[in-house]
Design a protein around this ligand. Sequence first.
Ligand code: ADP
Ligand code: MG
Length: 803
Amino acid sequence: MADTLNKIKILLGESLRTRLLILLFVLAFLTLLVMLLLQVYRAYDIAMPVGQDAARVPDLGSLPSQNDREVLVLNSYHIGYSWSDNEMAGIVDAFRQQGKRIYPVIEYLDCKRHPRMEHFERLRDLFVVKYRMKDFPVVIATDNPALEFALTYRSRLFPNASIVFCGINGFRPEMIAQADNITGVAELLDAGGTLAMALTLQPAVRAVYAVHDYTITGLATRRETEEQLKPFAGRVAIRYLMNLSTSELVDVLRNLPRDSIVLALSYSLDREGNVINHEKIARILSDNAPVPVYGLHEERLGYGIIGGRLMGGKMQGSRAAEFALRILRGEPASRIPVDILSPTRMMFDFKQLERFHIPVDRLPTGSVIVNRPVSFVSKQPVLVFTTLGMMAILIAGILALGINLYQRRIAEVEQRKLQDQLIHAQKMEAVGHLAGGIAHDFNNILTAIIGYTNLLRRKLAGDDPSRTFTDHILAASERAARLVKSLLAFSRKQVIEPMPVDLGEIVKGVEKIARTLIGEDIEFAVNLHASATVMADTGQMEQVLLNLCTNARDAMPKGGHLAIETDRVTVDDESRRQHLLDRPGTYGIIAVSDTGNGMDEGVRKQIFEPFFTTKEVGKGTGLGLSIAYGIVRQHNGTIQVYSEPGRGTTFKIYLPSIDAAGAPIAAAEAAAVRGGTETILLAEDESEVRELVAITLREAGYRVIEAVDGPDAERQFAENGSAVSLLLTDLIMPKKNGREVYEQLRLSSPSLNVLFMSGYTADIIRNKGVLDDPMLFISKPIIPDILLKKVREALDGPAGPKA
Ligand code: ADP
Ligand code: MG
């Protein structure tokens, strides 16, 4: 149990941010679920057929508990005539809501095709036969022809039935004055209301073309319309288009003036006898008239009319059915007054409004607009906004996670970089120690070789053929000595002579040589962006820059650009890591960039290692960069490389910059090699070196007293002290170091001169506090000429070191 809890805890994460995120996700998910369920419920609700849901049936009271009742419905026209189809729909819907206990028995009289009603008598005969056993309580007659039929044949066909009518054009009370048990709904087209509205929408209209046919209905609506439009007579010209063939009508329509409108009255039959339904006439009028077509029938909306105060068949039918039901419940028809003013709605077609540039906001309030494009957003706003909101939450979550991941990755990268850097530094340190150790021992051997060869050479006469052999040995030894020097430079065991110097001076110092070095195919630029004073051994730094320039040249066999630039940067504890620097501070930078071959990562990682080269045998030594590395490190600086295969390479040297100028150290002057006759006390534990040095000095005329270590030197001095002019001593010896020996001897002979020898580095020596003045130091391998020169200097110079 506790285990499971722990697992969940781990899953939920430790940080507040993670928990918040998870909470957001859960909330978003639940919201989506609820919204979806709501939508599902909604769809179900919409799909319910009308009348199936008991709770929605209006309470119209109960019918007599007899068996199912039948109502005869006489339809004037035919199925497919939308007006009367709508009337039927209104009737049937109303009956259905009564629990299917009332059945409409429907007869279509087909009077659109037979407007003269010549078939009525035959129909009567048919119905006599057909319904002889029926006794309908109510007969519904839709539209004028059916009412006429019902009134004419009532006594013969259904003498006991009440009559309910609807859709009656031009209704006048006289029409039913002779009959009893009759009521219904008149169909009054609102031509006056429609025109009034049209004129508010289009005040510039000067002519109205009213279209109607010559059927009973058509003529009836014409009469009504004339009556209703009387008040407009002064304002607009009203013309009636009638008794035309369809093609004649089209012709007239096409030539209508721009300041007119069309008003579509009843029109279902053209002069040639073609039946034209509501949709079709709306299309003919709208397609051909260059002006808006106003209508009066809801059935025409969406088929081309722009709109109007419209009356619809369904409303007529349901009103008639309502009356019929009241009669069935026992209310006498004579007590139900005829509904004279039929209900209308202001309705418009968005497409037509657009066609004639009538803005929607000019329409009267309460207008119904069809064909209006409905965006998904307005139809399902909740769903859309929840989905968008959730997507935003999810995206935010993903972003947050991404940022998290990115930060973690960066941290990992940086850690790896630092680790690599550390390993690299350690490796270089180890290689340096090894190289330094080898070089140190090798120095002693070289000292012997060079020394004895020199001695041998001096013994040979000037024309002795063996002199070429000694010269070869010396030349080879010198190369070996240079190599050892390089190794020492790399392992930081070389003496450097740092002075305050401006970066620009260093660069200028190599500019000329670099130019000749790189040849003519390579463009060379020097940019001294910033000046910075650094502590540097100019000669060493020049060597570094020349090494870099040589490499750059080798990387651009087909030419390219080489640039040396200076810069200055101040790094704090944070940014120093990016620069891979040891400590914060201000640094002077010398950058050497080329547009050459560049390096891949494998090469780049090894370039500072001694003897690593990608160049063919004889061309590269693999020491150039290791020397550069050693020198720069010895200057407390850093050398960095940026390179990509094919893109070129940039080396950057960072040197700590200084503010106050340090005291420059005087450079040694070349002096002629001279010998002497003074007595020199020589202390050196390495017998080979000691012997060589002794011989060299004696050859030059000096008297030499040899001591094998520090205590021996003190003993010998005690015996012959008064004669000794110079102490020449190895610095690092097993029992007592050279410095200590010198201090001891100076007690009794303060004017004693001294010269130290060592294969160790000057900075180690300085660290140990044994040597302050590099002037009094000679490094191994000991070259006879240099030895003699230094000895002379030591003897001739002011006695005693500057402590
Ligand atoms: P060497 O020049 O004798 O090969 P270096 O230590 O100077 O030795 O250079 C080591 C290696 O580093 C080169 O062999 C070369 O592969 C690579 N290298 C150094 N500088 C560049 C440079 N500017 N462009 C491309 N590669 C370089
Ligand atoms: Mg090189």
